[in-house]
Write a protein of this length. Structure first.
Length: 212
């Protein structure tokens, strides 16, 4: 399986940083290291795909210069800043912007390697979450309009008895609809249903609710 990781070095000319990033990249299949200038970043040509981004902030005019870049990329990429000015206040400001980590210079290469590895792990976790979300969203597409109605009520914690009264059907019929919803969504019970699908509530439409 291809790892497909991209490591971005922005305005960074420290050979120790290159060595750490190359070492991390060599441990992952199909990984690439790209060195980009600040000018390219400001032209919005950098980090088009998720990756681990390392920026030497001392080679820029400060956080304000790259604020927009951080804002646009922090949700999909893990941004690590290096700076001689990486004190507590600097870190607080950077973290509020969405930066993944801040490291002070002179550089501790072991600390950088640990930060890069944590960034990689976080990227992997994000990728897995996106895949699960995509799979769950596809499963929702298999539900019929009636099953979607039952699904929305199950998310609210309705019992089979309450479902039967609300939809004006027998308890046996309500139980069958519940079972079909759980089966199609591959959920063992309502607890798992809520944990996995509560974030998909916006998928539901306000359809009419008739008996059956």
């Amino acid at each position: 399986m291809s790892d497909g990781l991209t490591f971005y070095l922005i305005s960074n000319f420290d050979p120790r940083v290159r060595a750490v990033v190359k070492s991390a990249a060599d441990n992952h299949n199909d990984s690439a290291v790209r060195e980009l200038s600040l000018a390219v970043v400001l032209q919005k040509q950098a980090a088009r795909s998720p990756g681990c981004v390392i920026i030497d902030i001392d080679q820029t005019e400060g956080l304000d210069t790259i604020h927009e870049y951080i804002h646009e990329n922090a949700r999909t990429s893990k941004i690590i800043l290096l700076s001689e000015q990486a004190d507590l206040e600097f870190a607080r400001r950077a973290f509020r912007m969405g930066v993944f980590d801040c490291l002070s210079k002179p550089l501790d290469t072991r600390q950088l390697l640990e930060a890069v590895q944590r960034a990689i792990d976080s990227l992997r976790s994000d990728q897995k979450t996106r895949q699960i979300d995509s799979s769950d969203a596809a499963a929702l597409e298999t539900l019929t309009p009636r099953e979607l109605e039952y699904f929305s009520k199950l998310l609210e914690g309705w019992s089979i008895k309450t479902l039967s009264i609300h939809f004006r059907v027998s308890i046996q019929t309500a139980a069958k609809h519940r079972a079909r919803v759980l089966s199609k969504l591959k959920a063992e019970n309502e607890v798992e249903l809520v944990l996995r699908f509560d974030k998909h509530r916006s998928f539901l439409s306000d359809g009419s609710e008739s008996g059956g």
